[in-house]
Design a protein around this ligand. Structure first.
Ligand code: PMP
Length: 409
């Protein structure tokens, strides 16, 4: 694989040139939100300047143009993730809403006492809290697939928990805290052997590696636009057509119906059945542009760039001697992020020192509180990388550790 021209890529992101106190920002908070290239900002501003209107096939020209752009964005997403077509691609607000959509529309209606919901110990709160609450409301049990000492899933434990009582398995594709890349195809196969459904949270996978939902055979797959060079305010729920067909909508309103009388309503076609009200139209245009932009670079090259930067960061931090790093060693089952703690310095203090050097990293539990409990720490500092990050930026991060040692140790 030819490596990326990172300098050329960086020139498409004016925000990366911003300075605070005379120092250029080092943006290493990409697992929270990635930056947006000019191509995406331009696509959205062109839309607002030239095509803005409400959709649902209004008669006038502008509405037709906006409708077309919105519908085609679904096709583009379907093609990008290997879905069959727009029927399988529902636009939501974010990964969290995609998770809730299935929990409400499928979980509340189908689950009952005696059923089991199987999660992993590394689930993001988006899935953990959602299914935990659906468990309480339906009487279904919630069980968690253990992680081993290296932060990998214990697949034997998965086989124990996913038996004929299991109704749904919800697993994160790439952990936003440990960086672990989970064997999702294997989990999906185990689920299907027991007639359980499989929901994969791909928020940290789709932005950074090629993903093919049909190859994984996931029943549902979710991700967010704002973590893949796209805008905030739009997320995706992929679902197999026959499952979505059978599911009741959980949000009601205009734009999703076939026929309404004072007594009854029948639902419109997929995916519109799950998209009532005025949807995120400009955001869909932006997501479309982001996918074009990512594919122009190539998802394989993005993955290898991130793996390389993450490996460099891991090795540099590890060599410091007083840094504890969570998750697997660098390799094909680790994504482009590193969470760590500096001995005897709280993650929030460390992150604030990093900010003094204009290094943007994140401190906290990264919406994985139970996982941090298991790791035995209240918080960690997370550096997460994207296409525009460089080794020099990692060097700046590592250099800042010295200040933290001097101030706090
Ligand atoms: N799942 C994972 C693995 C994530 O990393 C995130 C974002 N931190 C989410 C879900 C939630 O994404 P959003 O906030 O866009 O709903």
């Amino acid at each position: 694989l030819e490596s990326l021209d990172v300098e050329a890529i960086r020139s498409e992101f004016p925000i990366l040139e911003r300075e605070f106190d005379g120092q250029q920002v080092v943006y290493l908070d990409n697992a929270a939100t990635t930056q947006t290239p000019d191509a995406v900002v331009d696509a959205m501003s062109d839309y607002y300047r030239e095509s803005n209107a409400n959709i649902h096939r209004g008669i006038h020209h502008l509405s037709q143009e906006a409708s077309e752009a919105y519908e085609v964005a679904h096709d583009r997403v379907a093609e990008f993730i290997g879905a069959e077509g727009r029927e399988e691609v529902i636009f939501t607000k974010n990964t969290t809403e995609s998770e809730n959509l299935v929990a409400y529309a499928w979980g509340l209606n189908e689950l009952q006492a005696g059923d089991r919901i199987v999660l992993t110990e590394m689930e993001h709160h988006a899935s953990l809290v959602t299914w935990q609450q659906i468990g309480k409301r339906t009487g279904a049990d919630v069980e968690y697939i253990r992680i081993d000492e290296d932060g990998r899933l214990d697949v034997d434990h998965a086989r124990e928990l996913i038996d004929d009582d299991a109704a749904i398995v919800s697993a994160v594709h790439v952990s936003n805290t440990l960086g672990t890349v989970n064997p999702v195809s294997e989990l999906v196969d185990i689920a299907h052997e027991h007639d359980a459904l499989a929901f994969i949270d791909g928020a940290q996978a789709v932005p950074n590696r090629p993903v093919d939902v049909e190859a994984i055979d996931a029943d549902f797959y979710a991700f967010s636009g704002h973590k893949m060079a796209g805008p905030t305010g739009i997320g995706v729920l992929y679902g197999k057509e026959h499952l979505l067909e059978a599911m009741e909508p959980y949000l009601y309103g205009g734009g999703m119906i076939r026929k309404v009388t004072f007594e009854e309503t029948t639902w419109g076609d997929l995916p519109w059945k799950f998209e009532p009200g005025t949807p995120p139209i400009a955001e869909a245009v932006g997501l479309h542009a982001a996918i074009d932009w990512l594919e122009e670079i190539g998802m394989d090259r993005i993955r290898s760039h991130e793996e390389e930067i993450a490996r460099y960061a891991y090795e540099r931090l590890d060599a410091e001697g007083d840094v504890e790093i969570y998750g697997p060693e660098p390799g094909p089952d680790r994504g482009g992020l590193v969470s760590f703690n500096l001995e005897s310095v709280h993650a929030h203090d460390l992150t604030s020192i990093m900010n003094d050097h204009t290094v943007a990293v994140r401190a906290g539990d990264h919406c994985t509180q139970p996982l941090h409990d298991k790791l035995g720490v209240p918080a960690s500092t997370r550096a997460s990388f994207y296409v525009y990050n460089t080794r020099e930026e990692v060097d700046t991060l590592v250099a800042a550790l010295d200040d933290a040692r001097q101030l706090f140790a």
